[in-house]
Design a protein around this ligand. Structure first.
Ligand SMILES: CC(C)(COP(=O)(O)OP(=O)(O)OC[C@H]1O[C@@H](n2cnc3c(N)ncnc32)[C@H](O)[C@@H]1OP(=O)(O)O)[C@@H](O)C(=O)NCCC(=O)NCCS
Length: 192
């Protein structure tokens, strides 16, 4: 079965090949390792504690599959587990019955692999798969207003800023504003 959802070869600066595919259970530790590293960076996510328990990691995977949610991963085919997943983009369902056409996007790329284009491809693939497999029509997300790289990426892919929640998060005595964004998938596909 063909796994790579990105039709062009993606090669890192160091020459390694990256494959874009749906997450598998065997990736759970790697995905959470990436998440925990971003929690440790303490400037991008409104989360204080890392996820360490195998139970929590596997419950996440079970729930993702049960709810048919999308998680696309970027795999470095030359690296062993749990270092093989360089980043992940999840599109979760929104908790309202009447919003089943809307997906909520979250993304992480591991620190040493940022700014090589992985994030842009993860989002592109996740958006297309969420329309194809889950009939999503619209993607929403939120981001700290200080996260210039993420905001640049979202804006350049067509996400529109629809509002700001001022001082929504408080981390180590510093307030962060939350930027809310959305994108209509058909508009995105038409333009890309
Ligand atoms: C945000 C994130 C997912 C993007 O992934 P990535 O692989 O680095 O993204 P890409 O390489 O595809 O694109 C990054 C873009 O930001 C640009 N960029 C980098 N630093 C920037 C900055 N300080 N200000 C503005 N733009 C910046 C890059 O030039 C690139 O733009 P381009 O494609 O127009 O040249 C990744 O950096 C990350 O995981 N950050 C930490 C966690 C996080 O912020 N998650 C999102 C929470 S909302």
């Amino acid at each position: 079965m063909k796994e790579d959802l990105y039709p062009k070869d993606f090669i890192l600066k160091n020459g390694d090949e990256v494959l874009f595919r749906h997450v598998k259970r065997k990736d759970a530790n790697a995905v959470w390792k990436n998440f925990n590293q971003v929690v440790e960076e303490a400037i991008y996510l409104p989360v204080f504690l890392p996820v360490e328990s195998q139970f929590e990691k596997h419950t996440w995977y079970d729930s993702l599959k049960k709810s048919n949610e999308i998680c696309i991963v970027a795999e470095n085919v030359n690296l062993e587990r749990p270092n093989h997943i360089l980043g992940q983009c999840e599109i979760s369902n929104v908790d309202w019955d009447a919003a089943s056409h809307v997906g909520s996007l979250g993304i992480i790329v591991r620190k040493n692999y940022r700014d090589e284009g992985i994030g842009r491809i993860l989002i592109d693939v996740a958006i297309r798969e969420s329309k194809k497999l889950n009939e999503k029509q619209k993607i929403i997300l939120s981001c700290f207003s200080s996260n210039e790289r993420a905001l640049h990426l979202y804006k350049s892919m067509g996400f529109q800023k629809i509002g700001i929640r001022k001082q929504q998060f408080l981390i180590e005595d510093q307030y962060y504003d939350e930027v809310l964004m959305e994108l209509f998938i058909d508009d995105y596909i038409r333009e890309n």
